[in-house]
Design a protein around this ligand. Structure first.
Ligand SMILES: Cc1cc2nc3c(=O)[nH]c(=O)nc-3n(C[C@H](O)[C@H](O)[C@H](O)COP(=O)(O)O)c2cc1C
Length: 226
């Protein structure tokens, strides 16, 4: 499989990427996949100008000549795209959102409706083999609503994405929390193995990955130092 990993954390030591890295270990256990990791923060990717110049030329590239066109080339070859990023203001970080916005050259202006009435732009190429996995870490403990906006956006923007949204991920950086962080990383590795077999994750596996490492009240107490 060609795997494209879009690492949207701006940090050199990303909590989220540690989970993604463990997942990749499991994914590659029995079969070495062709994995390309793009550290988006290191790339020169301007915001979309909204000019629709891409729809005038329809060659799968953006009229802005920066690093995005190389990402679009990788995207078109990918069997699996992993969007790995921290939750920022209930959404994806802005530099990664620029990458998502600028995938517009991969669709046409023409609109199509599916059986449920959902309206989309017709794809420029055949993306039926493409799988999408979203791995998102965040700083809050588990509470209803934190990931709602992101989940809604990803469900619309990607075709049937698998999504893993993990609370309390700064614990991955706390040596004293290794007792709960290491088992989570081990679960991510197992999830990678499962994904290699079935190209999806079961609801049970996702629930297991999203389970808070420590109870909410303990997490808040630790963060507040009280
Ligand atoms: C600008 C900014 C906005 C953030 N917004 C949220 C948020 O809406 N919800 C949340 O739970 N955590 C939020 N966080 C915390 C990060 O998601 C958290 O620190 C995460 O573990 C960082 O992951 P990384 O190490 O992979 O970059 C925010 C952090 C920053 C810097």
């Amino acid at each position: 499989m060609n795997v494209l990993v879009l690492n949207g954390s701006p940090k050199a030591k990303s909590d989220t990427f540690r989970m993604t890295d463990s997942f990749l270990k499991g994914l590659n256990r029995d079969r070495q996949n062709e994995v390309t990791v793009i550290n988006v923060i290191e790339k020169n990717i301007a915001p979309c100008r909204g000019c629709f110049g891409c729809w005038a030329k329809m060659d799968g590239h953006c009229v802005i000549d920066d690093d995005q066109n190389a990402i679009l080339n990788l995207y078109q070859k990918a069997d699996l795209v992993i969007w790995s990023f921290p939750l920022y203001c209930y959404a994806m970080p802005s530099h990664l959102k620029a990458v998502l916005d600028r995938t517009i050259p991969l669709v046409k202006m023409k609109m199509v409706q599916d059986a449920d009435g959902k309206v989309q732009h017709e794809a420029l190429a055949d993306f039926s083999r493409l799988h999408t996995l979203v791995i998102c870490g965040c700083g809050f403990p588990d509470w209803d609503g934190n990931f709602d906006g992101l989940r809604a956006m990803c469900a619309q923007a990607f075709c049937n994405p698998d999504m893993v949204c993990v609370p309390e991920t700064p614990l991955l950086n706390v040596p004293a929390a290794a007792i709960v962080a290491d088992p989570l990383l081990a679960r991510f590795e197992k999830a990678g193995e499962e994904y290699a077999r079935s190209l999806t994750l079961s609801p049970e596996t996702i629930a297991d990955l999203e389970r808070p490492m420590i109870p909410k009240e303990d997490y808040i107490r630790n963060v507040n130092g009280s």
